[in-house]
Design a protein around this ligand. Structure first.
Ligand code: UGA
Length: 438
C-alpha cells in the first residue's frame, strides 16, 4: 500500500512523516516548488517538536518522497489524503478554492489510472461541503467504481503533532457507502498497533464532528475567561482555584479551563468562524458560537484594562512583552493575541520590546522595525514601565520578582497566562488574569 498526501502544511507534512515512520511508502505533494525543494533537503518552514529529526530519518530510508506533480503521486498511490488549507475568507466564510482546484487536478490524474483510488478528505470543511462540492466533481468516477471519497477529520494539536498522529484518541470515518469506509478502516487497522475507537458515520456528520470538537474547546476557554473577568472584580477571588474545583466534576473535566488572553492559533478561531457562518443558514442557531467568539475578541482588552489599573497604559511608556507564539512550544503566531496587543500599544504611542524563544522571526515579518526584538528576557525587561506575559513558555515560569525589580524602570507585571504564583510577587505591582485585586 502506498499513499499520497496533497497539501504539505502543518497537518499534511506531520501526517506524511508519521505514515513514513510507520513504514508506509508516502508521497508528499504540494504546489509550492520552493517548499518541495526544501523538503527534499529536509528543510521545513515551521517548527514542530521532533518533526525535523523524523523527517531526516524517513528521507534517508527513502520511505518518503516529495513532488509538485499530482498526476504522478495519484498514479503511484492507492490512497490520497487531502490536507489542503481551508482558511477564513475576509467575508467570514470558509475559502474552498484550494479544495476545488486540487479536486479537479486529482480528477484529471485519476482519468488515466486503472486501479481503484480512495480519496480521504482530512481538511476541515463546513457540513455538506464534501457532498455538495467534492462528490459532484468525481461523480462519474464514483459511479463507475473507479474511486471513492471519505471524510476523516484530524484532531492533532500543534506541539504534539507526532504523538497525536501516532496515538490518536479517536478515528472518525464519514462515508456514503460501507465499502469505502471499510477500506480506510482496514488501512488504519494495519497502521496502528493499538487502534483507538473508530466512529463510522456519514460525510456531513464527520465534517460537523470536527467543527463541534473545536467549537466546544473554544467554548470552554471563553467560559473560563468570563469567570476570570468576574474574579478580577472580586477582592481575593482566583479563577485558577475555581477552574480546579469545577474541573474535579467528571461531567466538566479539568482540561481547557485555563484562563488567559484568549485563544489563538490557526484552528480554534477559524473553525469557530466557519461554524458561525454555517449556522447562519439555520435561524437562531449561531448565538452560542457568536458569544464564544465575542468573548474571545474582547479578552485582550482585559489586559489593557489591567494596564490602565496599574497606570501603565500611557503614551511614551516602554512595554515588555514576554511571549508571542499563540501557545508554548511553537513558533506559530497565527491569530496570536500578541499581535492584537502589540498593535494596540503601538497605536497608543507606546514603545514595545518583545521576547519569545521561537516566534520572533515570524513576528518580525509583521512588525519589522516598529518594535524592538530582545534575545533575552532580561534585555527585554530593561528600563521598562510594564511587562506583560502573553505565552506560557517554561522559561518565563522561572522568573522571580527580583528579576523584574532588577531590570525594569517600574516593576509592574501582568501575568496573562497565570504561570507565576501571585504570593511570590508581593513586593512588586503584580496583576494577573482572573485574580481579584483590592
Ligand atoms: C486545536 C485543537 O486543540 C486540536 O484538537 C485540533 O486538531 C486543532 O486545533 C486543529 O483543528 O487542527 P491547536 O490549534 O494546536 O489545536 O491549539 P490548542 O492547544 O487547542 O490551543 C488553542 C488556543 O487556546 C491557544 O491559544 C491556547 O493557549 C488557548 N488555550 C488552550 C487557553 O487559553 N486555555 C486552555 O485551557 C487551553
Amino acid at each position: 500500500m502506498k499513499i499520497s498526501i496533497i497539501g504539505l502544511g502543518f497537518v499534511g507534512l506531520s501526517l506524511a512523516v508519521t505514515n513514513a515512520m510507520n513504514g508506509v511508502k508516502t508521497i508528499g505533494v504540494d504546489n509550492n516548488k520552493t517548499k518541495i525543494n526544501n523538503l527534499k533537503k529536509c528543510k521545513t518552514d515551521f517548527f514542530e517538536p521532533n518533526l525535523d529529526k523524523n523527517l531526516r530519518e524517513v528521507v534517508k530510508s527513502k520511505l518518503i518522497s516529495f513532488t509538485n506533480n499530482v498526476k504522478e503521486a495519484i498514479n503511484e498511490s492507492d490512497i490520497t489524503f487531502l490536507t489542503v488549507g481551508t482558511p477564513t475568507k475576509k467575508t467570514g466564510g470558509i475559502e474552498l478554492e484550494f479544495i476545488k482546484i486540487d479536486s479537479h487536478e486529482i480528477l484529471n490524474a485519476l482519468k488515466s489510472k486503472k486501479k481503484h483510488h480512495l480519496l480521504v478528505v482530512k481538511s476541515t470543511l463546513p457540513p455538506l461541503t464534501t457532498k455538495t462540492i467534492i462528490l459532484p466533481i468525481f461523480e462519474n468516477l464514483i459511479k463507475s467504481n473507479k474511486m471513492d471519497v471519505v471524510v476523516n477529520p484530524e484532531f492533532l494539536r500543534e506541539g504534539f503533532a507526532i504523538k497525536d498522529l501516532l496515538e490518536p484518541h479517536l478515528i472518525v470515518i464519514g462515508s456514503y457507502n460501507k465499502k469505502s469506509g471499510d477500506l480506510l478502516e482496514k488501512y488504519y487497522k494495519k497502521f496502528y498497533k493499538n487502534i483507538p475507537e473508530i466512529i463510522r458515520t456519514d460525510l456531513a456528520t464527520a465534517e460537523l464532528i470536527k467543527y463541534s470538537n473545536n467549537a466546544f474547546l473554544a467554548t470552554k476557554i471563553s467560559f473560563i475567561n468570563s469567570i476570570a473577568n468576574l474574579c478580577q472584580t472580586i477582592s481575593g477571588a482566583d479563577v485558577n482555584t475555581i477552574a480546579y474545583a469545577i474541573g474535579k466534576d467528571p461531567r466538566i473535566g479539568s482540561l481547557f479551563l485555563k484562563a488567559g488572553p484568549g485563544f489563538g492559533g490557526s484552528c480554534l478561531p477559524k473553525d469557530l468562524t466557519g461554524l458561525i457562518d454555517y449556522s447562519k443558514t439555520v435561524p437562531n442557531s449561531s448565538k452560542l458560537f457568536e458569544a464564544v467568539k465575542m468573548i474571545n475578541d474582547l479578552q485582550p482588552k482585559r489586559i489593557i484594562d489591567l494596564m490602565r489599573k496599574m497606570n501603565a497604559y500611557a503614551s511614551g511608556n516602554s512595554i515588555s512583552i514576554l511571549g508571542l507564539a499563540f501557545k508554548k512550544d511553537t513558533d506559530d503566531i497565527r491569530e496570536a493575541i500578541s499581535i492584537k496587543i502589540v498593535k494596540n500599544l503601538l497605536k497608543a504611542g507606546m514603545k514595545v520590546t518583545v521576547n519569545d524563544p521561537m516566534a520572533m522571526g515570524n513576528f518580525e515579518k509583521i512588525f519589522q522595525n516598529k518594535i524592538i526584538y530582545s534575545k533575552s528576557t532580561s534585555s527585554c525587561l530593561k528600563k521598562s514601565d510594564c511587562c506583560i506575559i502573553l505565552t506560557e513558555w517554561d522559561v518565563y515560569k522561572k522568573l522571580n520578582q527580583n528579576a523584574f525589580k532588577k531590570y525594569m524602570k517600574t516593576p509592574k507585571v501582568i501575568d496573562a497566562r497565570r504561570i507565576l504564583s501571585p504570593q511570590k510577587f508581593s513586593k512588586i505591582d503584580f496583576k494577573a488574569i482572573g485574580l481579584g485585586n483590592d
